[in-house]
Design a protein around this ligand. Sequence first.
Ligand code: CO
Length: 176
Amino acid sequence: MIFPIYTYGQSILRDKAEDVDLNDVLLPSFIYDMFETMHNANGIGIAAPQVGLNKRIIVIEEEVTDGELFKGVFINPTILKYYGRMLLMSEGCLSFPGISENVVRPESIEIEWYDENKEYQRNFFHGVESRILQHEIDHLNGVLFIDKISGLDRLKMFMRLESIKNKKVTTTYQVK
Ligand code: CO
């Protein structure tokens, strides 16, 4: 099932998401639907609050380098450590159709999470993988990428943000 995606201006995107019960029987089908929704929207990552469920679940699928696929399900993820240089990279977001902006974030992270088999995982991520994870984990804490850009850049996109808020943008995927 493809979910409609919540866009900027809707309060669920600002809520802190709750921990997932790993034994929830609906979890596998929800994860499947999140992948389907993400693929349908040509996204590379999506967090459950973006499809209206205020739970700590992220799915990611992106070709990172030379056909190497970074694909994963991250349940109840926590960032344990940020490290490395601060890097500027362009980011977009399915909740902000038509907008991409440069965002500064630390290069690397160490995180812990549960995977789709309910297995505990802990690992380090760098580069694009770290970038996508930081963006998506922010969603679980009610933080959006526009919070991390300069005031001037935000001012420049003010009209665009207003049109998203007022549902005046066209998208190739269904929005809520
Ligand atoms: Co996003």
